[in-house]
Design a protein around this ligand. Structure first.
Ligand code: DP6
Length: 364
């Protein structure tokens, strides 16, 4: 498929007004997307677990404009209150996607959004937020073109979400989503995420992710800036190759449920991501002392107990602790006894692998 396949033909139907609501989850990458080309094309393929509890719910109400104008008209409410500082991000997103959802200029929109996780948790909501908003736009498009099939609906939602935030394209479906062309992965695409097409051992079907909130403040460097610093980065090409290789390595690991090898790939990916930040120019560090304390404690605990618990990191100081259902009690005990002390105000979130976004039926 190419970008052109997502440009609609004139819509056969018309809708004066309406309201749609979607809830989309966050996701945690196992092989990381870090570095991109123009139009949100990833420099390397990635794969993630879709999460369940950490999610954004977005409602979009639309009302036909009296006269069509050449600009976007929308109001934004975050947790029930107007939120001016989110508006430029939405405006940029609308500009990127208007070619694919041309009805954006025909309506006035009210976008109401809220997160399941606390506002001050330092958890990025761009993946779940852009996924939920894209699903709302697709739901409106489906009312204008009811013949659209379910598969195209999801693909285009992922395609639009990617244009909002790359990792958001992996937040439409569950439970293991791959994004970015890879020669060994059939139907893989730079334009949207796909369900991982190979065998996955049941051990990965109910994995847990306990998110340790080490630092809840604003990050000093945004992901967008970080991606940009991969241009001209001395290790960029090797890193991109490594991501392709890690996806190859994961194929038998997922099939066989080989947790020892899974842990090696996942922890190495997390540390490589942060190594790329530390070797950018300008260089930066997003980990905090407590991030390293937690990593060391996980390593010590794992070598003593052989419990297959590991970590990954996103572009921040928080630590995602990953473990299978079979060791849940032990893992939670260990987290409470040893790791929570390193969290800001002792805060952490318990999440697990999830099945993807859901439409919420409006009651009005
Ligand atoms: C480290 O998707 O947030 O979480 O496309 O600029 O919005 P933009 O970046 P974003 O980057 C995510 C980076 C990451 C790794 C990953 O999720 O694969």
């Amino acid at each position: 498929m190419t970008e052109k396949d997502f440009v609609p033909v004139p819509y056969p139907h018309f809708s004066e007004n309406g309201r749609v609501t979607w809830k989309a989850p966050s996701n945690i990458a196992l092989v990381k997307y870090w570095g991109k080309l123009a139009h949100q094309i990833p420099a390397n393929p990635s794969i993630s677990f879709t999460l369940d509890a950490c999610a954004t719910t977005t409602s979009v109400s639309y009302q036909k404009k009296e006269t069509k104008t050449d600009s976007f008209s929308f109001k934004l409410l975050f947790e029930g209150k107007p939120k001016e500082d989110f508006k430029p991000k939405i405006e940029t997103f609308f500009n990127r996607v208007v070619e694919y959802v041309p009805f954006l200029k025909d309506y006035h929109f009210t976008i109401e959004t809220s997160n399941s996780f606390p506002h001050s948790s330092g958890i990025a909501s761009s993946a779940s937020g852009m996924a939920a908003l894209s699903l709302c736009l697709m739901d409106i498009e489906k009312q204008l073109n009811p013949a659209m099939d379910e598969e195209f609906f999801k693909k285009k939602a992922s395609f639009l979400a990617r244009l909002g935030s790359g990792s958001a394209c992996r937040s439409i479906e569950g439970d293991l989503i791959q994004w970015g062309e890879h020669p060994q992965i059939p139907n893989s695409s730079n334009l949207f995420g796909i369900k991982y097409p190979f065998e996955v051992n049941p051990v990965f079907k109910n994995y847990h992710d306990t998110i340790l909130l080490v630092h809840k403040g604003q990050k000093q460097v945004s992901s967008t800036v970080g991606h940009d610093l991969m241009h001209g980065h001395p290790y960029a090409q090797n890193r991109f190759h490594q991501a392709y290789d890690n996806l190859d390595k994961l194929k038998p690991i997922f099939a066989e449920g080989d947790l020892e090898e899974f842990i090696k790939v996942v922890e190495s990916e997390a540390l490589t991501l942060h190594a790329m930040m530390m070797t950018s120019m300008p260089y930066f560090i997003l980990m905090k002392p407590d991030t390293l304390e937690i990593i060391n404690k996980i390593w010590a605990y794992r070598s003593q107990t052989k419990v297959p618990i590991c970590f990954t990191l996103d572009a921040g100081a928080n630590v995602h602790v990953l473990y299978p259902e079979s060791v849940k009690e032990k893992a939670i005990q260990f987290i409470q006894d040893e790791l929570v002390a390193h969290c800001e105000k002792g805060h952490y979130l318990c999440d697990r692998i999830g099945t993807g976004a859901k439409k919420i039926i409006n009651r009005n």
